[in-house]
Design a protein around this ligand. Structure first.
Ligand SMILES: Cc1cc2nc3c(=O)[nH]c(=O)nc-3n(C[C@H](O)[C@H](O)[C@H](O)COP(=O)(O)OP(=O)(O)OC[C@H]3O[C@@H](n4cnc5c(N)ncnc54)[C@H](O)[C@@H]3O)c2cc1C
Length: 452
């Protein structure tokens, strides 16, 4: 409350009452039956229906805040869980297990009706959203009184040839799982007696494209895995492993303080992570990267982490967009619409763009949940104010960076702070306990290298 200006703002929205308004949300959808549309039997309800698209930082924090005694709440997402992405790089090498950083939407929000599906299109005239459970499955329609779009973003390939086919991304648990499988696969193939020295060096070359926080954290985790576990399990291969970080710009971690970025570069040099700035990838082949200028770099694994772009849903619907993001006002109301809100990585506030981070999406989700609760109770509303807490990043060997408003930290004590901060930020007691247990397990027994 203390961040809000004194003046009040009342939404220029009067909830209209579409035909769907009086229906029980659990029954309130229609199936498409190729030629005809079937409407299921419906029950009465007096509450407006909110449909939330997405179960990420924005969607999850909204769902945890919105009052289900005021609204019927329906959530739609292809992912039936929330994922704590800041710890996703740690799962690629097994420092943390995948299930330790996810939280089921059905468990966390039992009063919300959840459909595991993707929104395909929105009909704002009829206030209806069309969803698809899986490719090829029968789509269905969901009517809404209020639509909340928090569909996030997808990894950006910039249309570079071969990236979609040959690189691995780091956005979802399935991506982290694929990376973990591929790392072990590379080591097992390299250990075969029939593998030539040249093929071995290629298999054991791990390349990260993109020197932002995610790329840096993956390279750091990869180094720890190599240094603490793989050396012992594959002693003959250890000397042939190499890690390369390719960055098109002039420096890595360019959103961090310059001194922290320089510290990371020095640390990576000591860890023999080969950082190559000014390296622009122009094409990816099945086993080689082609750089601008023609240089060819053979690889066993490429992790692509060069930024984000709009999802298919955001890109194909008739929303007003700026740099691919849906334009909203300071209350997250989509420009030109009366009952549609957008927040998180898929949206931008007109005249006040914010970074695409979890802390922004989370604060926005909490804000909008509180605001709609207040609006429904007839209380005055205030526009969103972002509070920046700073940035953290893990850089390997038990060291981390903290770029906070009043403090710049690096090294071992910052790593303790990094771990404490993330334990605090994890969204459930179960997640906190599991992550603590995983860290302890990794410390005592090392990371698991089984492949199945
Ligand atoms: C590996 C990694 C590490 C990160 N580390 C940090 C960090 O340390 N600090 C930080 O601040 N930020 C970090 N980020 C960024 C942060 O995760 C994002 O900014 C944040 O998740 C954005 O929240 P969101 O709700 O907008 O989108 P997301 O959290 O991406 O959620 C989008 C949701 O929408 C769903 N969805 C997609 N399409 C549809 C559709 N058509 N219909 C319905 N649902 C759909 C998705 O399944 C997902 O549930 C990291 C990101 C990654 C990938």
């Amino acid at each position: 409350m203390r961040f809000f200006p004194k003046h009040c703002f009342v939404f220029p929205v009067i909830l209209r009452v579409p035909p769907c308004y009086s229906f029980d949300v659990k029954e309130n959808f229609r199936y498409f039956d190729s030629a005809s549309t079937t409407t299921l039997p419906l029950m009465k309800s007096t509450k407006p229906t909110i449909v939330v698209l997405g179960s990420g930082f924005g969607g999850y924090s909204f769902l945890r805040t919105i009052k289900t005694d005021l609204f019927n709440v329906v959530a739609v997402s292809p992912r039936n869980h929330f994922l704590f992405t800041p710890l996703l790089p740690s799962t690629t090498v097994g420092t943390i297990e995948f299930r330790s950083i996810i939280e089921s939407i059905r468990v966390a929000c039992p009063e919300v009706t959840f459909y595991q599906a993707s929104a395909r299109s929105v009909d704002s005239e009829r206030s209806v959203i069309t969803c698809e459970g899986a490719p090829g499955r029968q789509p269905f329609e969901l009517p809404y009184d209020i639509l909340i779009i928090t569909v996030g973003a997808k990894s950006n390939t910039f249309g570079i040839e071969g990236v979609q086919e040959h690189a691995l991304f780091l956005k979802e648990v399935s991506d982290a799982r694929a990376i973990r499988q591929r790392i072990i696969e590379c080591f097992e193939q390299a250990a075969q007696p029939t593998t030539s020295p040249e093929e071995r060096r290629k298999l054991l070359h791990f390349v990260v494209v993109g020197g932002g926080p995610t790329g840096v954290e993956f390279a750091a985790e990869m180094y720890d895995f190599l240094d603490e576990d793989l050396r012992k399990s594959y002693p003959r291969l250890a000397g042939e492993v190499s890690i390369t970080l390719l960055e098109a710009g002039g420096q890595i971690l360019n959103t961090f303080d310059e001194e922290l970025s320089a510290y990371t570069l020095r640390l990576f040099q000591r860890q023999r992570i080969n950082v190559r700035t000014g390296s622009l990838v122009t094409r990816l082949e099945r086993d080689a990267i082609i750089l601008k200028g023609g240089e060819t770099i053979p690889y066993g694994l490429v992790v692509w982490s060069t930024g984000i772009g709009p999802t298919e849903f955001t890109a194909t619907q008739l929303f007003p967009r700026d740099h691919g993001k849906i334009i909203t006002d300071g209350f997250f109301l989509v420009k030109g619409f009366q009952n549609m809100y957008a927040l998180g990585d898929c949206a931008t506030i007109e005249g006040n763009p914010l970074p695409a981070t979890s802390q922004v999406a989370q604060q926005e989700g909490y804000y909008l949940g509180r605001t709609l609760n207040r609006k429904q109770r007839g209380k005055p509303l205030q526009p969103f104010r972002y509070r920046h807490y700073g940035m953290l990043a893990y850089v390997g060997s038990g060291r981390a960076l903290a770029d906070l408003t009043n403090f710049k930290g690096k090294g071992f004590t910052t790593w303790i702070f990094w771990r404490s901060a993330y334990i605090t930020k994890l969204v459930s007691l179960k997640n906190k306990m599991l992550v603590l247990f995983d860290w302890f397990k990794t410390f005592v027994f090392g990371r698991d290298i089984s492949r199945f």
